[in-house]
Design a protein around this ligand. Structure first.
Ligand SMILES: Cc1cc2nc3c(=O)[nH]c(=O)nc-3n(C[C@H](O)[C@H](O)[C@H](O)COP(=O)(O)OP(=O)(O)OC[C@H]3O[C@@H](n4cnc5c(N)ncnc54)[C@H](O)[C@@H]3O)c2cc1C
Length: 497
């Protein structure tokens, strides 16, 4: 049990470790990174722990095969043992590979100097899914680390000239194979694009902030805390603002503050065709033309590279109360979540765990929680208001045959409550997050909150219809005429225009 518990801890903190170690400045020949034994160890650990952790969480729902499988090796010798994982052909996007010519690499070098690498291990590292079980069949040919929008622009222009695919790369916490490079090409790692002070401008009165895409949501919130502000989206630890926009992520507070779509005011983007655009202004209200911001949010790097983001911020709440209760069935728990939202009570978080997840939490944390469908709530506001809302929900719970309603207000107890939740086997994957008053179990979208990538492409037509997919493809063909932006993702290959 102790082993699994530590395994789970390492798994959930792995992304931090990876980001931290990856901060070593890249060198063109990759020497700085190749000798990084600690980084290699963390990768090796994560390969073992991810399947363990997720399998434990999902009970028998997901099975992982750690054995190496034979897949078409489309790149360098040795690639197969470096990047392949899993054995389901469903999860594999068949790749292709065009030789990247030296002249192109030289052009990139002129722009980026030492901020690029063709080191094989580094390419394998970027080409391997860090947080998903989708199989890689190829690796990028070169990793670039732009420092500015101008660098990104020059990279996109060069890639268009030589028809080389681009995969933008943020924190690599996405779970649907979004950062894989099935066709090789250039991986644009945004980790150096976080401004010298992380923040380009902060407008405390207007409660907005302008950031570069490589800034992480955790770093941003540390920066904002002294100003009494925060950004309310909390996906995987290590996720960057650029990646969060590109995946249209949400988080545990989505029920209160919405998703990325609701919290981004403006974007600057280098489109696949090389044009640089801004999608809006700092004004909150606008009815000016097509909503390009929302078009780019959720585009998963298939239309352009996001180079600057203006975000809407929130006031840090004065007080919060965290509550937990149990039900005999998941249905009853879901009914209470819906009844609570219909009653007008403004919860800031609602999480629903089924008995399997509670069992996994007990196992991993040596806890003794009742192994029943469980709801967790958070209420925020003034002390009196948060408590009043808690008691109202307690009444709703008892009207729906709920039991064991407990709530905590002490800061350490609250941290412990959410720590258990956040350690719950590699984050929030197996938790049904209630984000809409109309949300009913069994309905919802094919992607949940994790985007499409390669993993969910086959369900997209069923959800949106072929007409919508053709329209997406038409839009992509205009904004990215050479189809260099993250090819093989999001729009299924059978969609023709
Ligand atoms: C433990 C854990 C918990 C999670 N919890 C949640 C959750 O609660 N809610 C949720 O929604 N997701 C969650 N996720 C998924 C993940 O954290 C989100 O999808 C996140 O938004 C990805 O951000 P990233 O920076 O890691 O992007 P990456 O994984 O690096 O990239 C994701 C996609 O964005 C593109 N991209 C990255 N940067 C840019 C850019 N600058 N311009 C254009 N495209 C770009 C990439 O090409 C790729 O297609 C979780 C993941 C983990 C591992």
């Amino acid at each position: 049990m102790g082993l699994l518990s530590s395994a789970l801890f390492v798994a959930s903190s792995r992304t931090f470790l990876f980001r931290f170690l990856r901060r070593a400045r890249p060198s063109f020949d990759g020497r700085a990174l190749r000798s990084d034994a600690a980084r290699d160890r963390s990768v090796a650990w994560s390969r073992v722990l991810l399947p363990l952790a997720v399998a434990a969480s999902a009970g028998s729902a997901l099975a992982f095969d750690l054995s190496r499988v034979s897949a078409p090796c489309l790149c360098d010798p040795g690639l197969e043992s470096c990047v392949t994982r899993g054995d389901s052909s469903d999860r594999v996007v068949k790749g292709s590979r065009t030789e990247v010519i030296d002249e192109f690499i030289r052009e990139l070098k002129d722009v980026l100097q030492d901020n690029m690498t063709v080191d094989y291990e580094e390419r394998c590292f970027h080409g391997t899914p860090q947080n998903s079980y989708h199989r890689a069949v190829n690796v990028p040919d070169v990793i670039v680390f732009p420092r500015s929008q101008d660098d990104v622009h020059k990279i996109v222009v060069a890639c268009n000239k030589y028809k080389v695919p681009i995969v933008p790369y943020g924190g690599a916490t996405s779970v649907e194979g979004q950062t894989l490079a099935p066709h090789g090409g250039v991986c644009i790692d945004m980790s150096l694009m976080k401004g010298c002070l992380k923040i380009k401008s902060l407008n405390v009165e207007d409660m907005d902030v302008v950031v570069e895409p490589g800034v992480g949501w955790i770093e941003l919130n540390e920066y904002l805390k002294p100003f009494g502000l925060f950004f309310p989206l909390d996906p995987g630890p290590g996720a960057t603002i650029g990646g969060m926009c590109a995946t249209r992520c949400s988080g545990s507070l989505a029920v209160r503050y919405g998703t990325m779509r609701d919290n981004v005011i403006n974007l600057q983007v280098v489109l696949g065709n090389g044009e640089i655009i801004k999608t809006g202004s700092r004004a909150r209200k606008s009815a000016a033309g097509y909503d390009l911001t929302r078009l780019l949010i959720g585009s998963e790097g298939t239309l352009g590279v996001i180079t600057e983001v203006t975000l809407h911020l929130q006031k840090l709440p004065q007080h919060s109360v965290v509550a937990m209760c149990n039900f005999k069935t998941v249905r009853e728990a879901a009914d209470v979540a819906i009844a609570t939202m219909h009653s007008g009570i403004q919860v800031s978080r609602v999480e629903l765990l089924d008995e399997v997840q509670v069992k996994a939490i007990n196992f991993a944390n040596e806890k003794n929680l009742p192994e029943l469908p469980t709801l967790m709530f958070e209420f925020i506001g003034t002390e009196a208001y948060a408590r009043e809302q808690t008691l109202k929900v307690q009444k709703i719970v008892s009207d729906h045959n709920g039991s064991d309603f407990v709530y905590v207000e002490d800061a350490n107890a609250k941290i412990e409550f959410w720590r258990v939740m956040d350690d719950r086997i590699f984050g929030k994957w197996e938790v049904y997050r209630v984000t809409s008053p109309n949300c009913k179990l069994g309905t919802g979208t094919c992607s949940g909150e994790h985007g499409i990538g390669t993993g969910k492409m086959k369900y997209l037509e069923e959800e949106l219809g072929i007409g919508a997919l053709r329209t997406m493809k038409r839009i992509k063909s205009v904004l990215d005429p050479n189809n260099i932006m993250n090819p093989g993702k999001l729009i299924p290959p059978h969609v023709c225009i």
